[in-house]
Design a protein around this ligand. Structure first.
Ligand code: NAD
Ligand code: TDX
Length: 357
């Protein structure tokens, strides 16, 4: 699978999907047809790619507003285009939302992945096999103590409805490879950050709250640890795996940049303050400890030796630089922030998290 020419991207109007589509056209020199399927939930914004769509034209880029759980629609799409590669990002992606309401996570993450796998299986039976790259998360491996890292061989131990739904979809993807001989690859990556991330996730939420003078809610003792991966580096890794990864294999992708939440937040406060010409410490009084997330995983850390050794991938953006670029993007895109924080989103937050409004 060295040069895919017809690609299906699911969830291309979300955070990582948007960055991936941009990466393919703007950096990887992709010259074929990319079909972006997205249901446009609260976290999907078609405007993210409006300029690219206009520039690429119908020959290279098409958008289909569809639900991946619609099996007939997915099968018809595969029939129409004869994809040689599927890159599957579409998901319900926020752990807090999975705690409040797991139903959508089961539907999209499990049933939706199943419906895409069925479409790929039928296409193979009709003589149009494709590679299926499934984008998953390090959260399927569970929670670490102070030491150790997740390897590709670490047993699954998902602990939130979100991670359980992702683990389930990973198992389905592997089962389709074993049972039906589908050409699949899987990646499990750590916390992404960068432009276009919906401002419910830690980094963009905190930047937006600083700009609005709202409390900065830290869950529990703030000592939970995450590994941070700049989204552009994740896209580069996914493309390397999709094109050159070994069929049936899993690759971990990480930033090798572990931070505990409270230290990260203090650092972010300093960067935003400096960018706005405010004194260091200006945002510290907004830091507010709130009750912990139920079942909050303590620490994630990724061993990404395999993808480095076998595919020659490496991170290109260090955390300091990546965080500065991210802050600058949000400071320069106030209209985007306003656009995605719809009334529906604000109502949801008010209903479920009064301490975050
Ligand atoms: P996101 O929430 O920003 O975007 C998800 C996209 O999927 C949205 O555009 C949404 O409209 C679309 N979508 C949701 N349900 C759909 C459905 N039923 N049919 C069609 N489209 C649908 O998520 P993200 O952060 O970009 O995550 C992308 C993928 O990467 C997910 O599979 C997620 O599990 C995985 N991942 C994310 C991170 C991270 O830090 N963001 C880390 C590891 C793995
Ligand atoms: O307001 C907050 N306060 C807070 O302390 C929020 C939103 C988060 N946190 C903490 C919880 C986590 O320890 O910050 C950490 C990061 O939280 P999130 O941004 O919600 O990410 P996380 O739960 O770690 O999951 C993310 O990374 C793995 C993505 O949302 C998942 O899609 C991905 O699979």
């Amino acid at each position: 699978m060295s040069h895919p020419e017809k690609i299906l991207v699911t969830g291309g109007c979300g955070f990582i999907g948007t960055n991936f589509v941009r990466y393919l056209f703007e950096e990887a020199g992709f010259d074929g047809l990319l079909v972006n399927v997205d249901k446009l939930t609260y976290s999907g914004n078609p405007k993210n790619l409006a300029d690219l769509a206009a520039k690429a034209g119908e020959k290279h880029y098409r958008f289909e507003k569809l639900d991946i759980t619609d099996q007939a629609a997915m099968a018809a799409l595969f029939d129409r285009h004869g994809f040689d590669l599927v890159v599957h990002f579409a998901a319900e992606s926020h752990v807090d939302r999975s705690i409040v309401g797991p139903g959508e996570f089961i539907q999209t993450n499990i049933v939706g992945t199943f419906s895409l796998l069925e479409a790929a299986r039928q296409a193979k039976a009709k003589g149009r096999p494709c590679r299926f790259h499934h984008v998953s998360t390090d959260e399927v491996y569970g929670s670490l103590g102070p030491t150790g890292k997740f390897l590709e061989t670490t047993p699954y131990d998902p602990r939130s409805p979100y991670s359980a739904s992702k683990a389930s979809s990973d198992h389905l993807v592997r089962a389709y490879a074993h049972t039906y001989g589908l050409d699949v690859t899987v990646s499990n990556c750590s916390n992404n950050y960068g432009p276009y991330q919906f401002p419910e996730k830690l980094i963009p939420l905190m930047i937006c709250h600083m700009l609005e003078g709202k409390p900065l809610p830290v869950y529990g003792d703030g000592k939970n640890v995450r590994d941070w991966l700049y989204v552009r580096d994740h896209c580069d890794a996914v493309w390397a795996i999709a094109c050159r990864g070994k069929s049936g294999e899993t690759y971990n992708i990480g930033g090798e940049s572990e931070w505990c939440n409270i230290e990260l937040l203090r650092h972010l406060c300093d960067i935003v303050a400096a960018r706005l010409g405010k004194p260091a410490g200006a945002f510290e009084p907004l830091i507010t400890y709130v009750p912990d997330r139920p079942g909050h995983d303590r620490r994630y850390a990724i061993d990404c030796t395999r993808i480095k050794r076998e595919l020659g991938w490496k991170q290109s953006v260090d955390f300091q630089h990546g965080l500065e670029k991210t802050v600058d993007w949000y400071l320069g895109n106030a209209a985007w922030i306003k656009d995605v924080q719809t009334g529906e989103y604000r109502a949801w937050i008010t209903r479920n998290y009064a301490d975050r409004t």
